[in-house]
Design a protein around this ligand. Structure first.
Ligand code: RFL
Ligand code: PHB
Length: 389
């Protein structure tokens, strides 16, 4: 098979890029290792920036997002005693949208056949070849048969563990990494949220986040040491811990119920530079990871995809090589700012095992400063709502 752009990975980054390229009349194919149910079963992001919402609108795929998404004009930081509300809308004029990654992926998946976007699921042993040439190709196995796709570009949207980043020679790359000494234990339950807006809490027992998917479905997280196993956390134990960490006001409003998903995700900051090598471009988690505290991972994937699509359109319409050459620097400038925000909010809201009284005093002072300073709240709000693309 021959195409203009071969995309590896049918997560949100790959599907979004596929749709954007198709809407510009560019030929592409998306190759995914898992089946579609497996892709939809991953419970991840919940908060979308306006830029991400805007891309769905540009594609005309935002009907359900507009109908079912929950626009939020603010969120709260809790320090064990009080709630510090960040009035995102008042400070920036913009809102974020609470709409699950599962739903955005489903919207993109469902629209693929009608938009002529070919997605190949169950593709095994995907490998990239010839990325330093103008005629790269990828190979995979499906139903026992070897397959080959020739393309002008390959875009790796295959997440943190996919093969595309590994195809870039280490001599041409630099990696930056911080692994955190805890993970987030997440629980999804069909119960009404305890608060209308999100609450990020730094309690002496640890971090907690109260989030939601709808008026009737809640998503909560607590941080746990990496040595913990999810089997050791009964639903009751999670609800007790949430009630303790989120503080008395939120605890009084928690509705308990059986979990429909429960898992532990490790926290990491990671950046791979450059995000292009020859004819291979990287987008989303394939190139970078942020800890989820700032709700930035999916949104960064969306801004990468926007930059990549713009560069590819210029290449195919106007033979503009400079746009492709500039992709990595353009995307990384935004990536690093989101890395900084996610790292700083993670530092502020978690108790690190190595921290002593001084580090704790710094957290208290910073939360006090945020509570009393419109400038500090504005800085947080403009990062949370999403820096310009
Ligand atoms: P994905 O979603 O990992 O998709 C990659 C796809 O590539 C496929 N793949 C392969 N396909 C073919 N061959 C191979 N060899 C392959 N290897 C892998 C995979 O099967 C998969 O389908 O990456 P993508 O598209 O870059 O999207 C990134 C987002 O998923 C991620 O950044 C967010 O979920 C991060 N995140 C959040 N982001 C936000 O913007 N807002 C949030 O509120 C938010 N909350 C979160 C999060 C991530 C979390 N976890 C579990 C890490 C909360 C959590 C708990
Ligand atoms: C979520 O609802 O899953 C969620 C919300 C905010 C975050 C991370 C995850 O910062």
């Amino acid at each position: 098979m021959k195409t203009q752009v071969a995309i590896i990975g049918a997560g949100p980054a790959g599907l979004l890029l596929g749709h954007l390229l198709r809407s510009e009349g560019i030929d592409c194919v998306v190759i995914e290792r898992q089946n579609s149910d497996h892709v939809l079963s991953r419970i991840r992001a919940g908060v979308l920036e306006q830029g991400t919402v805007g891309l769905m609108a540009r594609l005309g795929l935002d009907d359900r997002l507009k109908a079912e998404g929950l626009p939020h004009g603010g969120f709260n930081l809790a320090d064990g005693e009080r709630l510090i509300r960040i009035d995102v809308e008042g400070l920036t004029g913009q809102q974020v949208m609470v709409y699950g990654q599962t739903e955005i992926t489903r919207d993109l998946m469902d629209a693929a056949p009608a938009r002529g976007l070919q997605v190949v699921y169950n593709a095994l042993d995907v490998a990239v070849h010839g990325i330093e040439s103008d005629a790269p190709w990828l190979t995979y196995r499906r139903d026992g048969a070897e397959q080959r796709i020739d393309a002008r570009f390959i875009v790796g949207c295959d997440g943190f563990h996919g093969p595309s980043r590994k195809a870039i020679p280490t001599s041409a790359a630099r990696e930056f990494e911080r692994v955190y000494p805890f993970g987030w234990l997440g629980i999804l339950a069909d119960v009404p949220p305890c608060n209308q807006e999100l609450i990020y809490a730094n309690h002496e027992r640890g971090f907690a986040l109260a989030s939601m998917r709808s008026e009737t479905r809640s998503r909560y997280y607590i941080d746990v040491p990496l040595t913990e196993r999810v089997e050791d956390w009964s639903d009751d134990r999670v609800w007790d811990e949430l009630a303790a960490r989120l503080g008395p006001e939120a605890a009084a409003n928690i509705t308990r119920g059986p979990s429909i998903e429960k898992s532990i995700a490790p926290l990491r900051s990671y950046v791979f530079e450059p995000m292009r090598h020859g004819s291979l471009l990287l987008c989303g988690d394939a190139a970078h990871i942020v800890p989820p505290t700032g709700a930035k991972g999916l949104n960064l994937a969306a801004s990468d995809v926007h930059y990549a699509c713009t560069a590819l359109v210029r290449f195919f319409r106007a033979a503009d090589n400079d746009a492709i050459a500039g992709y990595s620097a353009k995307a990384l400038a935004r990536v690093w700012k989101s890395e900084r925000f996610s790292w700083s909010l993670t530092k502020l809201m978690h108790r690190f095992p190595e921290d002593g009284p001084f580090e704790r005093a710094m957290q208290v002072a910073e939360l006090d400063y945020i509570a009393s300073s419109k400038a500090a709240q504005t800085a947080i709000a403009e990062n949370y709502v999403g820096l310009p693309v």
